[in-house]
Design a protein around this ligand. Structure first.
Ligand code: KIV
Ligand code: ZN
Length: 388
C-alpha cells in the first residue's frame, strides 16, 4: 500500500442518510452503494444495523453485493450493537465494524455520567467485542475535536493495542479550526505508541463551513483516511464533501496525496444522490453545483472566452460536468453577448453588437437571466429594423 494514498471512507449511506428527508430504502441504498463502488471509494459505511430492521437489511444486502470496497456498519460501544453489526456484515467480502464512544468531557459527563477512566475501559472492551466478528475494526472517539489531546492519545493508544486497525478522530460538532485539527492529528502521530499499526481517520462536520479544510489539514498532518459524503450531506450542516477532497488533492499535487476516485464520475453521482435522496444541491456548491462552471459577469466572461484558465481551475469534463456556461445577466459584457449570438447562429459585427448591447441591457435589467429565446427575439427585431 502506497504511503500517500488517502483512503476514502464514504458515509453518504449512514451520516448522509441521517439528514431529515433523506432516508433511503434497501433498493435505493444498494443502487447508491454500487455507484460508490464504481466511483472508487475504499470503504462504504452502509448503515447502522441495530438502528432499525430496514437498516440491518440494507447493510446485509450491500454486504452480499459489493466486491471491491470494504463494507462498514456502525455501532455504539455496546455488546448487542456490535453483535448485530457483525451479523449484518457476515456476508461481506471485506467487512468492517465501526464502533466507538464519546471521549470529550462534555460527552463523558453529559451523555454517560461517567469519567475518563471508565470510558477508556469501555472503548477497549468495544474493540475486543468487535474482534469476535472481524479483524477490520474502526474505533471512533466521538467529539474528538473537543477532547483534550493528552487523554485522546491515551484512548487511541489503548484501542490500537486492543486491535483497532483504523482510528477515527471525529470533529463531531464541526468546532475545530483547520490548524487546530491538523495539530490534533500531528499530536496523535507523534505521541501514540504504535500509531503506525492503524490508519488515522478524519471525520469532520461542517457547522462552521470548515469540514473540508479540516480534513485536508488532518491528511497533511498524517491521517490517511477521510470520511466524507457525496454533496457534503450529513447531520446538521453536513460532513466533508467527497468531491471537494478528491479535487483538492488533484489540484494540489505537490501535497503528494491522492485517492482512488474516478473524478469523471463526481457530477453524475452527485445528481444520482441528489435525485435519490430528493435533496437538491445548492447551485454554488463546489465541483458539483449548477453554477460551478458558469460565468456571468462581463469581466469574467471576457477573460474566460480568451482563455478558460483565467477563471477556471478545473475543466468541467475532468469532473463529469456539462460544458462551462456563459450566462447572460445585466452584469454581462459585449464579448459574452457576441459569443451567445454566435452559438445561436447570428454573426454580428462590432457595430451591430454595440447597438444590440444597449437593447440587451434594457432587457436584462428586467430579467434574472437572458435566455436563448430572448436573444433570438432581440436578434430578429434588430434584423427586421433594417427591412422596415
Ligand atoms: O460525527 C460523528 O462523531 C460520527 C461518529 C458516529 C463517527 O458520525
Ligand atoms: Zn458524523
Amino acid at each position: 500500500m502506497a504511503e500517500n494514498k488517502v483512503f476514502i471512507f464514504d458515509t453518504t449511506l449512514r451520516d448522509g442518510e441521517q439528514v431529515p428527508g433523506c432516508k433511503l430504502n434497501t433498493k435505493e441504498k444498494i443502487e447508491l452503494a454500487l455507484a460508490l463502488e464504481s466511483l472508487g471509494v475504499d470503504i462504504i459505511e452502509a448503515g447502522f444495523p441495530i438502528s432499525s430492521p430496514g437498516d440491518f437489511e440494507s447493510v446485509s444486502e450491500i454486504s452480499k453485493i459489493i466486491k471491491n470496497a470494504t463494507v462498514c456498519g456502525l455501532s455504539r460501544a455496546v455488546e448487542k450493537d456490535i453483535e448485530v453489526a457483525g451479523e449484518a456484515l457476515k456476508h461481506a467480502k471485506r467487512g468492517r465494524i465501526h464502533t466507538g464512544i464519546g471521549t470529550s468531557d462534555s460527552h463523558i459527563k453529559n451523555k454517560f455520567n461517567s469519567n475518563r477512566e471508565e470510558i477508556l475501559v469501555r472503548a477497549v472492551q468495544a474493540v475486543k467485542w468487535a474482534r469476535r466478528y472481524t479483524d477490520d475494526i474502526e474505533f471512533y472517539a466521538e467529539d474528538a475535536g473537543r477532547t483534550e489531546n493528552e487523554y485522546l492519545a491515551k484512548v487511541v493508544e489503548a484501542v490500537i493495542a486492543a486491535g483497532a486497525t483504523t482510528v477515527n478522530i471525529p470533529d463531531t460538532t464541526g468546532y475545530c479550526l483547520p490548524h487546530q485539527y491538523g495539530e490534533k492529528i500531528a499530536y496523535l502521530m507523534n505521541n501514540v505508541k504504535d500509531v503506525d499499526k492503524a490508519v488515522i481517520s478524519c471525520h469532520c462536520h461542517n457547522d462552521l463551513g470548515l469540514a473540508t479544510a479540516n480534513s485536508i489539514a488532518g491528511a497533511i498532518a498524517g491521517a490517511r483516511q477521510i470520511e466524507c459524503t457525496i454533496n457534503g450531506l450529513g447531520e446538521r450542516a453536513g460532513n466533508t464533501a467527497l468531491e471537494e477532497v478528491v479535487m483538492v488533492f488533484r489540484q494540489h499535487a505537490n501535497l503528494g496525496l491522492y485517492t482512488n476516485i474516478d473524478p469523471t464520475q463526481l457530477n453524475p453521482i452527485s445528481r444520482l444522490v441528489s435525485d435519490t435522496m430528493r435533496m437538491p444541491v445548492q447551485p454554488n456548491k463546489a465541483i458539483v453545483g449548477a453554477n460551478a462552471f458558469s460565468h456571468s459577469s462581463g469581466i469574467h466572461q471576457d477573460g474566460f472566452l480568451k482563455n478558460a484558465l483565467t477563471y477556471e481551475i478545473i475543466r468541467p469534463e475532468e469532473v463529469g460536468a456539462e460544458n462551462s456556461k456563459i450566462v447572460l445577466t445585466a452584469r454581462s459584457g459585449r464579448s459574452a453577448l457576441a459569443y451567445r449570438f454566435k452559438n445561436l447562429g447570428f454573426e454580428f459585427n462590432r457595430n451591430d453588437i454595440d447597438t444590440l448591447y444597449d437593447q440587451f441591457l434594457k432587457m436584462a435589467d428586467t430579467l434574472k437571466e437572458v435566455e436563448d429565446e430572448n436573444l433570438r427575439r432581440l436578434a430578429k427585431q434588430y434584423q427586421d429594423s433594417f427591412i422596415a
